[in-house]
Design a protein around this ligand. Structure first.
Ligand code: AMP
Length: 220
């Protein structure tokens, strides 16, 4: 099964996506993580896209689509994956649909929308801390989920840091861009009868409810 996580930046796509990835044994693919890695390694792609991430703007559709298609052809995602942060536009959603129709026609596809009010998003994002160890990637919140030791990951002991684009100005911009595309994107999946929307106020309750939905969906 391929699960698309939809929701504004800071809505919990990464946190919930990683829990589902562990529990359902599906590879977690985040386009944001792929792009940040390319930027850190100063690859040609990294150099090309850095300005978009710094500005909180969307990377052009053709670049994102090529990146995700290449990733989805790798062997570890043959039986499914969780897509976090892709698609973000209807053009990307259509490209993904076409990719599946051409390459994995029988694959089950479903979208989960995390619907969180903007004021809560801003609070979450400016307080967000992320483990610098890429293979861990645990996510904390200075107010609601602080690490036991300041700036140290509870899981692996690596230092924590704030993402460069997790400041109020950039988040406000990212939210505006999200809302420009989200209605059409959500409608795209709603019209395909493969959308589950939830306001994840409590993490455990949200995960349980998403898993119940996925179980039902798989059975259909
Ligand atoms: P994220 O980690 O999902 O918040 O993504 C961080 C940044 O990466 C975004 O603000 C965009 O600049 C870029 N990005 C990630 N995924 C996409 C996408 N599907 N389309 C366009 N830009 C993206």
């Amino acid at each position: 099964m391929y699960i698309v996580m939809l929701g504004a930046p800071g809505s919990g796509k990464g946190t919930i996506g990683k829990i589902l990835s562990n529990d359902l044994n599906l590879v977690h693919i985040s386009t944001g993580d792929i792009f940040r890695e390319q930027i850190n390694k100063s690859t040609d792609l990294g150099k090309k896209i850095k300005k978009y991430l710094d500005d909180g703007a969307l990377v052009p559709d053709d670049v994102v689509i090529e990146t995700i298609k290449a990733r989805l052809l790798e062997q570890d995602v043959e039986s499914g994956a969780i897509l976090d942060g892709f698609p973000r536009t209807v053009a990307q959603a259509e490209a993904l649909r076409d990719f599946f129709e051409n390459n994995k026609p029988g694959a089950k596809r479903v979208a989960i929308e995390l619907d969180v009010p903007d004021d809560e998003i801003i609070k979450r994002v400016v307080n967000r801390l992320i483990c610098t160890n890429k293979s861990c990637g645990a996510i904390y919140n200075k107010e609601t989920k602080p690490p036991k030791v300041e700036n140290v990951c509870d899981v692996c002991g690596s230092p924590l840091k704030r993402r460069a684009d997790d400041n109020k100005e950039t988040v406000t911009k990212r939210l505006k861009i999200y809302h420009e595309n989200s209605t059409d994107l959500i409608n795209f999946y709603r019209n395909n009868n493969a959308l589950y929307s939830i306001y994840p106020q409590n993490l455990d309750v949200a995960v349980k409810s998403i898993k119940e939905f996925l179980k039902e969906y798989k059975r259909k």
